[in-house]
Design a protein around this ligand. Structure first.
Ligand SMILES: [Zn+2]
Ligand SMILES: [Zn+2]
Length: 268
């Protein structure tokens, strides 16, 4: 791809990342990334594993605005956020997004009825299928509850952590619910994120998988965003070449970045 834009990256503002924003930005500059969006975790009411996924948005915007200036001649830095969606949090997210000027907002599901599939307990005592289905049902429920975000993060995140991961998983198995989710995204003008973290997790696929990305296009979806979900500088833009080829094979010839919540198209 000609222009590399990584629009899903974490820094030490995230509870699960210790890399200072400066370190991440400088690594991105060295890696030839043209457009970088930092998207730290804001997961209200996250009570698993003893990690707090909340930060002070004013301090975040203040610090990163200074960095936008500082690195302006080296990289186009955007300030984003990854919201951890839960159906009852709509009002809180609305207030957060409207009182802070983010460039880009990712809506992601990390918690299904307060449980994160990251932990094996999410899968205990039931079939993998049921656990995956519950995740997708929760995704749809969230989309119906709140949808002021620009792209939907790692739509099949749950597959990263299932006992068999993506061995028996396919779009066809969950076609009905996935189509409902994709149609809701298209209707609401929300993008679909291609999260290359899946490659890092050994899935040999991004999240979501290729069939879902192709299906999004088939149904009329156009807004693809691209993110590595790096929590470490070594994973910036990880697998982007592979993801670009995959996108082309689904019929896409561009993807989108955002400034001030407005989409800008970039050729693949
Ligand atoms: Zn996430
Ligand atoms: Zn993330």
């Amino acid at each position: 791809m000609n222009t590399i834009s990584d629009y899903h990256v974490h820094t030490s503002f995230s509870g699960d990342c210790s890399i200072p924003p400066e370190t991440m930005i400088e690594a991105a500059v060295r890696g030839g990334i043209r457009h970088l969006c930092l998207t730290d975790h804001m997961d209200y009411d996250y009570e698993e594993g003893g990690v707090c996924f909340e930060f002070d948005p004013k301090e975040y915007l203040r610090r990163l605005s200074l960095m936008k200036e500082k690195y302006a001649d080296q990289i186009d830095l955007a300030v984003g956020i990854e919201l951890g969606l839960q159906p009852y949090l709509g009002k809180k997210h609305h207030n957060l997004v409207f009182s802070n000027s983010f460039d880009f907002v990712i809506g992601s599901i990390h918690l299904v009825h307060s449980r994160d599939p990251y932990f094996p307990s999410y899968f205990e005592g039931r079939e993998e299928d049921a656990a995956y289905l519950e995740y997708f049902q929760c995704a749809l429920q969230n989309l119906q509850a709140y949808s002021n975000f620009d792209t939907f993060g790692h739509l099949d995140y749950v597959v990263r952590y299932g006992p068999n991961r993506n061995r028996f998983y396919s779009y066809d198995r969950y076609r009905e619910i996935l189509d409902e989710i994709l149609r809701a995204l298209i209707r609401k003008d929300i993008g679909l994120e291609v999260n290359t973290g899946g490659y890092r997790y050994g899935l040999d696929a991004p999240n979501p998988c290729r069939e879902i990305i192709c299906r999004y296009r088939e149904l009329g979806g156009r807004i693809i965003t691209l993110g590595s979900d790096a929590h470490d500088p070594g994973y910036l833009a990880y697998g982007f070449g592979q993801a670009a080829e995959l996108l082309k094979s689904c019929g896409f010839d561009s993807y989108f970045i955002f400034h001030d919540r407005k989409p800008e198209e970039i050729g693949l």
